[in-house]
Design a binder for this molecule. Structure first.
Ligand SMILES: C=C1C[C@]23C[C@H]1CC[C@H]2[C@]1(C)CCC[C@@](C)(C(=O)O)[C@H]1[C@@H]3C(=O)O
Ligand SMILES: O=C(O)CCC(=O)C(=O)O
Ligand SMILES: [Fe+2]
Length: 427
Protein backbone atom coordinates (compact mmCIF):
# COMPACT_ATOMS: atom_id res chain seq x y z
CA UNK A 1 0.00 0.00 0.00
CA UNK A 2 1.26 3.46 -0.84
CA UNK A 3 1.43 5.03 2.61
CA UNK A 4 1.77 8.52 1.13
CA UNK A 5 -2.02 8.64 0.95
CA UNK A 6 -2.02 8.92 4.73
CA UNK A 7 0.77 11.45 4.97
CA UNK A 8 -1.15 14.17 3.28
CA UNK A 9 -2.96 15.51 6.29
CA UNK A 10 -1.42 18.77 7.56
CA UNK A 11 -0.56 19.41 11.15
CA UNK A 12 -3.55 20.69 13.12
CA UNK A 13 -1.23 23.40 14.39
CA UNK A 14 -0.55 24.74 10.91
CA UNK A 15 -0.80 28.55 11.00
CA UNK A 16 -3.95 29.91 9.40
CA UNK A 17 -5.01 33.29 8.18
CA UNK A 18 -8.39 34.23 9.55
CA UNK A 19 -8.78 37.38 7.55
CA UNK A 20 -12.58 37.37 7.17
CA UNK A 21 -12.66 40.04 4.43
CA UNK A 22 -10.33 38.01 2.31
CA UNK A 23 -12.49 34.91 2.74
CA UNK A 24 -15.62 36.86 1.79
CA UNK A 25 -14.06 38.27 -1.34
CA UNK A 26 -13.08 34.84 -2.67
CA UNK A 27 -16.52 33.26 -2.45
CA UNK A 28 -18.03 32.04 -5.69
CA UNK A 29 -21.44 33.54 -6.40
CA UNK A 30 -23.81 33.07 -9.33
CA UNK A 31 -26.93 35.25 -9.34
CA UNK A 32 -26.36 36.01 -5.67
CA UNK A 33 -26.24 32.32 -4.64
CA UNK A 34 -23.12 30.70 -3.30
CA UNK A 35 -21.97 27.98 -5.71
CA UNK A 36 -19.40 25.24 -5.05
CA UNK A 37 -17.16 25.37 -8.09
CA UNK A 38 -14.42 22.85 -7.33
CA UNK A 39 -12.24 23.94 -10.26
CA UNK A 40 -11.84 27.35 -8.55
CA UNK A 41 -12.14 26.39 -4.90
CA UNK A 42 -9.48 23.69 -4.99
CA UNK A 43 -6.86 26.36 -5.80
CA UNK A 44 -8.02 28.93 -3.29
CA UNK A 45 -5.45 29.46 -0.53
CA UNK A 46 -8.08 30.84 1.87
CA UNK A 47 -11.24 28.79 1.91
CA UNK A 48 -14.60 30.60 2.26
CA UNK A 49 -15.73 30.99 5.87
CA UNK A 50 -18.82 28.83 5.21
CA UNK A 51 -16.48 25.82 5.10
CA UNK A 52 -14.86 26.40 8.50
CA UNK A 53 -15.72 23.72 11.06
CA UNK A 54 -15.55 24.07 14.85
CA UNK A 55 -12.33 23.01 16.51
CA UNK A 56 -13.99 20.05 18.27
CA UNK A 57 -14.94 18.43 14.96
CA UNK A 58 -11.45 18.91 13.53
CA UNK A 59 -9.52 16.74 15.95
CA UNK A 60 -6.76 15.16 13.86
CA UNK A 61 -4.91 13.46 16.67
CA UNK A 62 -4.00 10.25 14.96
CA UNK A 63 -2.59 9.07 11.73
CA UNK A 64 -3.28 5.63 13.05
CA UNK A 65 -4.96 3.08 10.84
CA UNK A 66 -7.82 0.97 12.11
CA UNK A 67 -6.60 -2.60 12.54
CA UNK A 68 -9.58 -4.91 12.49
CA UNK A 69 -10.10 -8.35 10.98
CA UNK A 70 -11.62 -8.24 7.50
CA UNK A 71 -14.55 -10.55 6.79
CA UNK A 72 -14.15 -13.05 3.99
CA UNK A 73 -17.67 -13.75 2.68
CA UNK A 74 -16.70 -16.66 0.44
CA UNK A 75 -17.27 -19.41 3.04
CA UNK A 76 -20.62 -18.00 4.13
CA UNK A 77 -21.85 -17.60 0.56
CA UNK A 78 -20.87 -21.27 -0.10
CA UNK A 79 -22.72 -22.44 3.03
CA UNK A 80 -19.65 -23.42 5.05
CA UNK A 81 -20.74 -23.59 8.72
CA UNK A 82 -17.39 -22.92 10.31
CA UNK A 83 -16.70 -19.94 8.04
CA UNK A 84 -20.19 -18.61 8.82
CA UNK A 85 -19.61 -18.84 12.56
CA UNK A 86 -16.24 -17.13 12.17
CA UNK A 87 -17.73 -14.29 10.10
CA UNK A 88 -20.62 -13.86 12.57
CA UNK A 89 -18.18 -13.72 15.50
CA UNK A 90 -16.15 -10.93 13.88
CA UNK A 91 -19.33 -9.04 12.99
CA UNK A 92 -20.69 -9.32 16.54
CA UNK A 93 -17.51 -7.99 18.06
CA UNK A 94 -17.15 -5.15 15.50
CA UNK A 95 -20.79 -4.09 15.79
CA UNK A 96 -20.92 -4.11 19.58
CA UNK A 97 -17.71 -2.04 19.70
CA UNK A 98 -17.99 0.56 16.92
CA UNK A 99 -20.35 -0.58 14.15
CA UNK A 100 -17.79 -0.87 11.37
CA UNK A 101 -16.33 -3.78 9.35
CA UNK A 102 -15.03 -4.59 5.87
CA UNK A 103 -15.90 -7.48 3.56
CA UNK A 104 -13.90 -9.16 0.80
CA UNK A 105 -14.81 -12.00 -1.56
CA UNK A 106 -18.24 -10.40 -1.73
CA UNK A 107 -19.00 -11.58 -5.25
CA UNK A 108 -19.39 -8.11 -6.80
CA UNK A 109 -17.68 -7.97 -10.20
CA UNK A 110 -14.64 -5.69 -9.97
CA UNK A 111 -15.28 -4.43 -13.51
CA UNK A 112 -18.65 -3.13 -12.32
CA UNK A 113 -16.99 -1.32 -9.39
CA UNK A 114 -14.41 0.22 -11.75
CA UNK A 115 -17.14 1.28 -14.18
CA UNK A 116 -19.12 2.90 -11.35
CA UNK A 117 -16.02 4.89 -10.34
CA UNK A 118 -15.22 5.87 -13.94
CA UNK A 119 -18.75 7.16 -14.58
CA UNK A 120 -18.68 9.09 -11.33
CA UNK A 121 -15.37 10.68 -12.37
CA UNK A 122 -16.84 11.71 -15.73
CA UNK A 123 -19.96 13.17 -14.09
CA UNK A 124 -18.10 15.29 -11.54
CA UNK A 125 -15.73 16.58 -14.27
CA UNK A 126 -18.68 18.22 -16.07
CA UNK A 127 -18.96 22.02 -15.85
CA UNK A 128 -20.99 23.19 -12.84
CA UNK A 129 -23.75 24.48 -15.12
CA UNK A 130 -24.22 20.97 -16.56
CA UNK A 131 -24.22 19.28 -13.15
CA UNK A 132 -26.80 21.77 -11.95
CA UNK A 133 -29.24 20.36 -14.53
CA UNK A 134 -29.51 17.45 -12.12
CA UNK A 135 -29.59 19.68 -9.01
CA UNK A 136 -31.37 18.46 -5.92
CA UNK A 137 -34.87 19.95 -5.74
CA UNK A 138 -36.01 21.36 -2.37
CA UNK A 139 -37.36 18.56 -0.19
CA UNK A 140 -35.87 15.80 -2.35
CA UNK A 141 -32.95 13.55 -1.41
CA UNK A 142 -32.16 12.86 -5.07
CA UNK A 143 -29.91 14.92 -7.30
CA UNK A 144 -26.66 16.86 -7.46
CA UNK A 145 -25.49 19.07 -4.63
CA UNK A 146 -22.34 21.19 -4.32
CA UNK A 147 -21.36 21.35 -0.64
CA UNK A 148 -25.06 21.29 0.32
CA UNK A 149 -24.98 25.07 -0.03
CA UNK A 150 -28.64 25.03 -1.07
CA UNK A 151 -29.47 23.63 2.40
CA UNK A 152 -26.93 25.02 4.84
CA UNK A 153 -24.86 28.15 5.22
CA UNK A 154 -22.23 27.12 7.75
CA UNK A 155 -20.09 24.03 8.40
CA UNK A 156 -20.38 23.26 4.69
CA UNK A 157 -18.85 19.92 3.69
CA UNK A 158 -15.99 20.13 1.17
CA UNK A 159 -17.66 17.81 -1.32
CA UNK A 160 -20.07 17.41 -4.18
CA UNK A 161 -22.64 14.65 -4.10
CA UNK A 162 -24.94 13.00 -6.59
CA UNK A 163 -27.70 10.86 -5.07
CA UNK A 164 -30.61 8.78 -6.35
CA UNK A 165 -33.01 6.20 -5.04
CA UNK A 166 -33.14 2.47 -5.57
CA UNK A 167 -36.20 0.50 -4.58
CA UNK A 168 -36.32 -2.76 -6.46
CA UNK A 169 -38.39 -5.26 -4.48
CA UNK A 170 -37.32 -8.16 -6.66
CA UNK A 171 -40.59 -8.41 -8.57
CA UNK A 172 -41.30 -5.89 -11.23
CA UNK A 173 -39.73 -3.09 -13.22
CA UNK A 174 -36.08 -2.58 -12.50
CA UNK A 175 -35.17 0.38 -14.66
CA UNK A 176 -35.91 3.31 -12.34
CA UNK A 177 -32.24 4.29 -12.00
CA UNK A 178 -31.78 4.38 -15.77
CA UNK A 179 -34.99 6.40 -16.17
CA UNK A 180 -33.79 8.90 -13.57
CA UNK A 181 -30.47 9.46 -15.37
CA UNK A 182 -32.24 9.88 -18.69
CA UNK A 183 -34.73 12.33 -17.22
CA UNK A 184 -32.23 14.63 -15.48
CA UNK A 185 -29.14 14.31 -17.68
CA UNK A 186 -30.42 13.14 -21.04
CA UNK A 187 -29.52 10.40 -23.52
CA UNK A 188 -25.74 10.96 -23.15
CA UNK A 189 -26.03 9.42 -19.69
CA UNK A 190 -27.77 6.23 -20.74
CA UNK A 191 -24.69 4.09 -20.14
CA UNK A 192 -24.09 5.77 -16.77
CA UNK A 193 -27.67 4.98 -15.79
CA UNK A 194 -27.23 1.34 -16.81
CA UNK A 195 -24.00 1.01 -14.83
CA UNK A 196 -25.57 2.43 -11.67
CA UNK A 197 -28.68 0.32 -12.14
CA UNK A 198 -26.44 -2.77 -12.11
CA UNK A 199 -24.31 -1.43 -9.28
CA UNK A 200 -27.41 -0.85 -7.12
CA UNK A 201 -28.68 -4.36 -7.89
CA UNK A 202 -25.33 -5.78 -6.77
CA UNK A 203 -25.38 -3.66 -3.60
CA UNK A 204 -28.91 -4.78 -2.78
CA UNK A 205 -27.87 -8.43 -3.18
CA UNK A 206 -24.82 -7.89 -0.98
CA UNK A 207 -26.87 -6.04 1.63
CA UNK A 208 -29.17 -9.06 1.99
CA UNK A 209 -26.19 -11.38 2.47
CA UNK A 210 -24.90 -9.06 5.20
CA UNK A 211 -28.39 -8.84 6.76
CA UNK A 212 -28.40 -12.62 7.09
CA UNK A 213 -25.01 -12.58 8.79
CA UNK A 214 -26.13 -9.79 11.11
CA UNK A 215 -29.15 -11.88 12.16
CA UNK A 216 -26.95 -14.95 12.75
CA UNK A 217 -24.52 -12.84 14.78
CA UNK A 218 -27.40 -11.61 16.96
CA UNK A 219 -28.67 -15.16 17.49
CA UNK A 220 -32.09 -14.59 15.93
CA UNK A 221 -33.93 -16.16 12.97
CA UNK A 222 -31.33 -15.84 10.21
CA UNK A 223 -33.91 -14.69 7.66
CA UNK A 224 -35.48 -11.99 9.80
CA UNK A 225 -33.59 -8.94 8.44
CA UNK A 226 -33.34 -10.43 4.94
CA UNK A 227 -37.15 -10.47 4.85
CA UNK A 228 -37.44 -7.04 6.45
CA UNK A 229 -35.12 -5.46 3.85
CA UNK A 230 -36.31 -7.47 0.85
CA UNK A 231 -38.39 -4.49 -0.28
CA UNK A 232 -35.94 -1.88 1.01
CA UNK A 233 -35.98 1.65 -0.34
CA UNK A 234 -32.35 2.58 -0.57
CA UNK A 235 -30.27 5.60 -1.54
CA UNK A 236 -27.17 5.57 -3.70
CA UNK A 237 -24.72 8.45 -3.41
CA UNK A 238 -21.56 9.33 -5.33
CA UNK A 239 -19.21 11.55 -3.30
CA UNK A 240 -16.49 13.75 -4.80
CA UNK A 241 -13.99 15.50 -2.53
CA UNK A 242 -11.82 18.04 -4.38
CA UNK A 243 -8.37 18.94 -3.03
CA UNK A 244 -8.45 21.72 -0.44
CA UNK A 245 -5.68 24.19 0.37
CA UNK A 246 -6.72 24.45 4.02
CA UNK A 247 -7.60 20.84 4.85
CA UNK A 248 -7.07 21.27 8.57
CA UNK A 249 -9.94 23.79 8.77
CA UNK A 250 -12.72 21.89 7.04
CA UNK A 251 -14.16 18.40 6.51
CA UNK A 252 -15.34 16.45 3.49
CA UNK A 253 -18.13 14.93 5.56
CA UNK A 254 -18.45 16.02 9.18
CA UNK A 255 -18.58 13.57 12.12
CA UNK A 256 -21.86 11.67 11.93
CA UNK A 257 -23.68 8.39 12.24
CA UNK A 258 -25.67 7.45 9.14
CA UNK A 259 -29.38 7.64 10.00
CA UNK A 260 -29.94 4.79 7.50
CA UNK A 261 -29.71 1.06 8.36
CA UNK A 262 -26.54 -0.17 6.72
CA UNK A 263 -24.03 1.62 4.50
CA UNK A 264 -21.94 -0.24 1.93
CA UNK A 265 -19.16 2.02 0.74
CA UNK A 266 -16.42 1.70 -1.82
CA UNK A 267 -13.64 4.26 -1.59
CA UNK A 268 -10.91 4.94 -4.13
CA UNK A 269 -7.22 4.59 -3.26
CA UNK A 270 -6.68 8.10 -1.84
CA UNK A 271 -7.86 7.62 1.74
CA UNK A 272 -9.83 10.01 3.92
CA UNK A 273 -12.50 7.91 5.64
CA UNK A 274 -12.06 7.83 9.41
CA UNK A 275 -13.93 5.83 12.01
CA UNK A 276 -14.19 6.65 15.69
CA UNK A 277 -13.19 3.37 17.29
CA UNK A 278 -11.58 2.52 20.63
CA UNK A 279 -11.92 6.17 21.64
CA UNK A 280 -10.01 7.75 18.78
CA UNK A 281 -10.31 8.68 15.13
CA UNK A 282 -8.70 6.01 12.99
CA UNK A 283 -8.12 5.98 9.24
CA UNK A 284 -9.61 3.25 7.09
CA UNK A 285 -6.90 2.15 4.67
CA UNK A 286 -8.41 1.85 1.18
CA UNK A 287 -8.61 -1.66 -0.30
CA UNK A 288 -9.92 -1.90 -3.81
CA UNK A 289 -11.19 -5.45 -3.19
CA UNK A 290 -13.15 -4.52 -0.07
CA UNK A 291 -16.45 -2.88 0.77
CA UNK A 292 -16.62 -0.85 3.93
CA UNK A 293 -19.80 -1.60 5.86
CA UNK A 294 -21.20 0.43 8.69
CA UNK A 295 -24.18 0.11 10.95
CA UNK A 296 -26.53 3.08 10.80
CA UNK A 297 -28.97 4.50 13.35
CA UNK A 298 -31.96 2.56 12.01
CA UNK A 299 -30.18 -0.76 12.43
CA UNK A 300 -29.07 0.32 15.88
CA UNK A 301 -32.77 0.77 16.70
CA UNK A 302 -33.64 -2.59 15.07
CA UNK A 303 -31.06 -4.29 17.28
CA UNK A 304 -32.44 -2.46 20.33
CA UNK A 305 -29.15 -0.61 20.73
CA UNK A 306 -27.08 -3.77 20.82
CA UNK A 307 -25.20 -2.88 17.65
CA UNK A 308 -23.64 0.60 17.52
CA UNK A 309 -24.28 3.09 14.80
CA UNK A 310 -20.80 3.84 13.49
CA UNK A 311 -19.41 7.34 14.09
CA UNK A 312 -17.33 8.36 11.09
CA UNK A 313 -16.22 11.30 8.94
CA UNK A 314 -14.25 12.03 5.77
CA UNK A 315 -11.22 14.33 5.80
CA UNK A 316 -9.84 16.10 2.74
CA UNK A 317 -6.29 16.74 1.63
CA UNK A 318 -4.31 19.34 -0.25
CA UNK A 319 -3.18 17.31 -3.25
CA UNK A 320 -5.54 14.61 -4.35
CA UNK A 321 -9.20 14.53 -5.23
CA UNK A 322 -11.06 11.60 -3.70
CA UNK A 323 -14.21 9.69 -4.63
CA UNK A 324 -16.43 7.22 -2.84
CA UNK A 325 -19.63 5.33 -3.65
CA UNK A 326 -22.08 4.95 -0.78
CA UNK A 327 -25.13 2.67 -0.91
CA UNK A 328 -27.41 3.45 2.02
CA UNK A 329 -29.79 0.61 2.81
CA UNK A 330 -33.10 1.88 4.19
CA UNK A 331 -36.35 0.11 5.10
CA UNK A 332 -39.39 0.63 2.89
CA UNK A 333 -40.79 4.02 3.96
CA UNK A 334 -43.77 2.96 6.03
CA UNK A 335 -42.47 -0.23 7.62
CA UNK A 336 -42.36 -0.02 11.38
CA UNK A 337 -38.82 -0.07 12.74
CA UNK A 338 -38.91 -2.24 15.86
CA UNK A 339 -36.56 -4.96 17.16
CA UNK A 340 -37.57 -8.58 16.50
CA UNK A 341 -39.35 -10.22 19.43
CA UNK A 342 -36.81 -13.04 19.72
CA UNK A 343 -34.03 -10.47 20.14
CA UNK A 344 -35.79 -9.00 23.15
CA UNK A 345 -35.86 -12.47 24.73
CA UNK A 346 -32.14 -13.02 24.45
CA UNK A 347 -29.65 -12.00 27.09
CA UNK A 348 -26.05 -11.84 26.00
CA UNK A 349 -23.38 -13.07 28.35
CA UNK A 350 -20.02 -12.68 26.71
CA UNK A 351 -20.21 -14.31 23.32
CA UNK A 352 -23.04 -16.74 24.19
CA UNK A 353 -26.76 -16.21 23.76
CA UNK A 354 -29.15 -17.33 26.52
CA UNK A 355 -32.91 -17.32 26.69
CA UNK A 356 -33.96 -15.30 29.71
CA UNK A 357 -37.05 -13.23 30.32
CA UNK A 358 -35.99 -11.33 33.42
CA UNK A 359 -33.48 -8.89 32.02
CA UNK A 360 -33.26 -5.22 31.19
CA UNK A 361 -32.34 -6.39 27.67
CA UNK A 362 -36.08 -6.76 27.15
CA UNK A 363 -36.57 -3.04 27.65
CA UNK A 364 -37.15 -1.20 24.42
CA UNK A 365 -34.49 1.50 23.89
CA UNK A 366 -36.26 3.40 21.10
CA UNK A 367 -39.90 3.96 20.23
CA UNK A 368 -41.43 2.52 17.04
CA UNK A 369 -40.87 4.74 14.03
CA UNK A 370 -40.91 4.63 10.25
CA UNK A 371 -37.96 5.36 7.97
CA UNK A 372 -40.10 7.93 6.23
CA UNK A 373 -40.44 9.93 9.49
CA UNK A 374 -36.78 9.56 10.36
CA UNK A 375 -35.67 10.64 6.87
CA UNK A 376 -37.97 13.63 7.05
CA UNK A 377 -36.41 14.57 10.38
CA UNK A 378 -32.90 14.59 8.85
CA UNK A 379 -34.01 16.59 5.84
CA UNK A 380 -36.33 19.13 7.48
CA UNK A 381 -35.45 19.49 11.13
CA UNK A 382 -31.97 18.27 11.92
CA UNK A 383 -28.72 17.88 9.99
CA UNK A 384 -27.52 14.29 10.59
CA UNK A 385 -24.63 14.23 13.03
CA UNK A 386 -23.41 12.24 16.01
CA UNK A 387 -26.65 12.33 17.98
CA UNK A 388 -29.34 12.10 15.32
CA UNK A 389 -31.07 8.98 16.67
CA UNK A 390 -31.22 10.30 20.24
CA UNK A 391 -32.45 13.72 19.05
CA UNK A 392 -35.07 12.05 16.87
CA UNK A 393 -36.19 9.83 19.79
CA UNK A 394 -36.52 12.86 22.07
CA UNK A 395 -38.36 14.75 19.34
CA UNK A 396 -40.74 11.85 18.71
CA UNK A 397 -41.50 11.54 22.40
CA UNK A 398 -41.99 15.30 22.74
CA UNK A 399 -44.35 15.43 19.75
CA UNK A 400 -46.40 12.48 20.99
CA UNK A 401 -46.62 13.99 24.49
CA UNK A 402 -47.56 17.45 23.44
CA UNK A 403 -50.52 18.76 21.53
CA UNK A 404 -48.59 21.79 20.22
CA UNK A 405 -46.31 21.58 17.19
CA UNK A 406 -42.82 20.50 18.16
CA UNK A 407 -39.99 22.91 17.61
CA UNK A 408 -36.83 21.81 15.85
CA UNK A 409 -34.51 20.20 18.36
CA UNK A 410 -31.25 21.90 17.41
CA UNK A 411 -31.37 25.38 15.96
CA UNK A 412 -27.64 25.46 15.19
CA UNK A 413 -27.85 22.28 13.21
CA UNK A 414 -31.11 23.08 11.62
CA UNK A 415 -31.65 22.68 7.90
CA UNK A 416 -34.23 24.73 6.12
CA UNK A 417 -36.02 24.47 2.82
CA UNK A 418 -34.81 27.87 1.68
CA UNK A 419 -31.17 28.91 1.80
CA UNK A 420 -32.12 32.40 2.99
CA UNK A 421 -33.88 30.88 5.98
CA UNK A 422 -30.96 28.50 6.50
CA UNK A 423 -28.66 31.50 6.65
CA UNK A 424 -30.84 33.06 9.31
CA UNK A 425 -31.00 29.82 11.29
CA UNK A 426 -27.34 28.93 11.22
CA UNK A 427 -25.42 32.22 11.34
C1 LIG B 1 -30.39 9.88 4.77
C2 LIG B 1 -29.22 10.45 4.58
C3 LIG B 1 -28.85 11.80 5.05
C4 LIG B 1 -27.41 11.93 4.62
C5 LIG B 1 -27.38 11.07 3.38
C6 LIG B 1 -28.09 9.83 3.83
C7 LIG B 1 -27.20 9.06 4.83
C8 LIG B 1 -26.09 9.91 5.47
C9 LIG B 1 -26.49 11.38 5.75
C10 LIG B 1 -25.29 12.37 5.84
C11 LIG B 1 -24.19 11.97 4.85
C12 LIG B 1 -24.66 12.46 7.23
C13 LIG B 1 -23.70 13.66 7.32
C14 LIG B 1 -24.42 14.98 6.99
C15 LIG B 1 -25.09 14.95 5.61
C16 LIG B 1 -25.91 16.24 5.47
C17 LIG B 1 -24.00 15.04 4.50
O1 LIG B 1 -22.87 15.52 4.78
O2 LIG B 1 -24.26 14.72 3.34
C18 LIG B 1 -26.02 13.71 5.54
C19 LIG B 1 -26.83 13.33 4.34
C20 LIG B 1 -27.92 14.32 3.95
O3 LIG B 1 -28.73 14.78 4.80
O4 LIG B 1 -28.00 14.60 2.75
O1 LIG C 1 -16.75 9.32 1.60
C1 LIG C 1 -16.62 8.66 2.61
O2 LIG C 1 -15.64 7.94 2.84
C2 LIG C 1 -17.69 8.68 3.69
C3 LIG C 1 -18.99 9.30 3.22
C4 LIG C 1 -20.06 9.18 4.25
O3 LIG C 1 -19.83 8.93 5.40
C5 LIG C 1 -21.46 9.39 3.82
O4 LIG C 1 -21.70 9.77 2.65
O5 LIG C 1 -22.35 9.15 4.66
FE1 LIG D 1 -21.70 8.34 6.44
Amino acid sequence: MDSSAFLLRPSPLEPTNNNKDHRKKDNVFVNGDFVFDASLLKKQTRIPRQFLWPHGDLVFESRQELREPIIDLHGFICGDELATKHAADIIRSACTNHGFFQVVNHGVDKRLITAAHDHMEAFFKLPVSHKLKARKKPGSTWGYSGAHCERFSSKLPWKETFSFGYNNDGCGDNSAVLSYFLSVLGKDFEETGLVYQKYCEAMKELSLVIMELLAISLGIDRLHFRRFFQDSNSLMRCNYYPPCQEPSLTLGTGPHCDPTSLTILHQDQVGGLEVFAHNKWQAVRPRSDAFVVNIGDTFMALSNGRYKSCLHRAVVNRYKERRSLAFFVCPKEDKIVRPPVDLLNIVYRGEDHHQDDSSHERTRKYPDFTWSDFLDFTQKHYRADVTTLQSFTNWLLSTSNSSTAATSPNANNNPSSSSAAATAATN
